[in-house]
Write a protein that binds this ligand. Structure first.
Ligand SMILES: Cc1cc2nc3c(=O)[nH]c(=O)nc-3n(C[C@H](O)[C@H](O)[C@H](O)COP(=O)(O)OP(=O)(O)OC[C@H]3O[C@@H](n4cnc5c(N)ncnc54)[C@H](O)[C@@H]3O)c2cc1C
Length: 389
């Protein structure tokens, strides 16, 4: 189903749901929240009208996270701090001067595809790892999860803790059941940095299909198991599996891969290794990397994505900043607002658990592992709301 059609469907579903719920919709920006600690109720302050209603419970679904600015380029002209909506890029004056894209994730894939199909610029892209998402493989058999089975999962999620060791053992066994030797050789054979990684989809479609399904299963499992892990076990997981599982679980569409491969073949796309710095100059930007001591580009597009981290919360929107400044909420070291994972209730450094404030969606991405896809966001929200019905 195409995105516009899906959007229309969601809109219509939303409208009929609002009718059924007799919900009142206020089309106005919320500027601030006021907590009434004695009654644990809430008032909201709107941008353009006074609003006196007192609420017993609030659900924050106001995503809209800030971007990271790793090279401190925000005030430079020709720096595009966030690429969405992509169509806005069309308003800029693109000559044939080179451009750089920071990031090699899904947002970078969108940007590179747009640049190589809609302009004549030559594109230089890079990230810390230079791994792109894998290419989505749609066709494949139903998988019998004999090791990472539903029954094992049900058992594990009832436990008090979940260790990296247990995960590692189950994952390696499941990998072998699927016909792979082990994780190390899998990483070296089926995933690769740079354009090579994208080319592998043609060579190994059936293996990538299995690995993508496995990565989705891991992300599903971690909805419940991530909160049961210790910080050091989470770090072990991130070091050994983190990035690769994300690149498998969030693959790029085949037509994006095609555009990127074509651009690379035509010499219009260059992947830079080990970029040490980007600085703004009169002519644009100077990029220092391993292969080109000084590459000058006209535009830099930041496609790292949207995150709420301790390092960038000061760039968050005014509502989030106010919540943090009032110490009603805090940014978790894992990213996102700190919440009780089972109920999504916000944990405030000032009041402790706030029983009447819940946060959803990308606002809690980090504390909830990979809470950045619609299906997962919905699942977590249902669980959170169901927990107090
Ligand atoms: C280009 C792109 C493609 C994607 N494709 C997919 C996909 O195919 N599948 C998938 O599962 N996920 C996809 N995602 C990810 C998915 O869209 C997000 O994870 C999801 O939308 C996050 O939902 P959310 O409710 O947390 O935040 P959002 O969807 O960002 O919604 C936040 C809402 O809150 C409103 N808001 C913010 N602040 C205020 C305020 N102060 N007052 C009032 N309203 C406010 C905003 O206007 C917005 O409407 C994609 C994301 C992008 C950018």
């Amino acid at each position: 189903m195409g995105r516009p059609l899906y959007g229309q469907y969601m809109y219509e579903k939303g409208q009929s749901l609002l009718k059924t719920l007799h919900a009142k919709v206020i089309k106005n920006r919320v500027e601030d929240l006021i907590y009434l600690p004695k009654t644990q109720q809430w008032k909201i302050s709107l941008k353009i009208e006074k609003y006196e209603t007192i609420f017993d419970e609030l659900h924050l679904c106001c995503g809209d996270l800030p971007v990271m600015d790793p090279y401190s380029l925000e005030s430079s002209p020709h720096y595009i701090a966030a690429p969405y909506p992509i169509k806005e890029l069309g308003r800029m004056n693109w000559t044939s001067e080179p451009a750089a894209v920071v990031g090699t994730g899904l947002a970078a894939v969108d940007v590179i595809k747009w640049l190589v199909t809609q302009t004549k610029v030559s594109v230089n892209a890079f990230s810390r790892s230079n791994y792109f998402p894998t290419v989505r493989v749609l066709d494949g058999p139903d998988i019998n999860w004999s090791i990472m089975s539903d029954a094992i999962f049900e058992d594990l999620r009832q436990q008090e803790s979940f260790s990296f060791q247990t995960f590692n053992h189950l994952f390696e066994k499941q990998l072998q059941e699927l016909g792979f030797r082990d994780w190390n050789s899998t990483l070296n054979t089926y995933l690769a940095p740079d354009i090579k990684g994208i080319q592998l989809a043609k060579k190994y479609p059936s293996q990538l299909y299995l690995l993508q399904q496995l990565a989705s299963r891991v992300a599903d499992w971690f909805t419940d198991l991530w909160p049961l892990m210790t910080n050091s076990d989470r770090k072990n997981y991130q070091d050994m599996y983190g990035k690769a599982i994300i690149n498998l679980r969030n693959p790029m569409p085949e037509d994006s891969a095609k555009s990127i491969l074509e651009a690379a073949e035509q010499g219009r796309l260059n992947i830079l290794n080990q970029v040490s710095d980007i600085s703004a100059s009169e002519k644009g930007f100077v990029i220092c990397s391993q292969e080109k001591a000084k590459l000058v580009v006209n535009h830099v597009i930041n496609a790292i994505g949207y995150h709420l981290r301790p390092s960038n919360y000061d760039k968050a929107n005014s509502l989030l900043r106010s919540l943090l400044n009032q110490r009603l909420a805090q940014v978790d070291h894992q990213g996102g607002l700190t919440v009780l994972p089972q109920t999504a209730q916000v944990i405030s450094p000032r009041y402790g658990l706030l029983p009447t404030l819940r946060a959803h969606g990308t606002l809690i991405n980090g504390v909830i592992y990979q809470n950045n896809s619609i299906i997962k966001i919905q699942k977590i929200a249902e669980r959170a709301i169901g927990s107090h019905l």
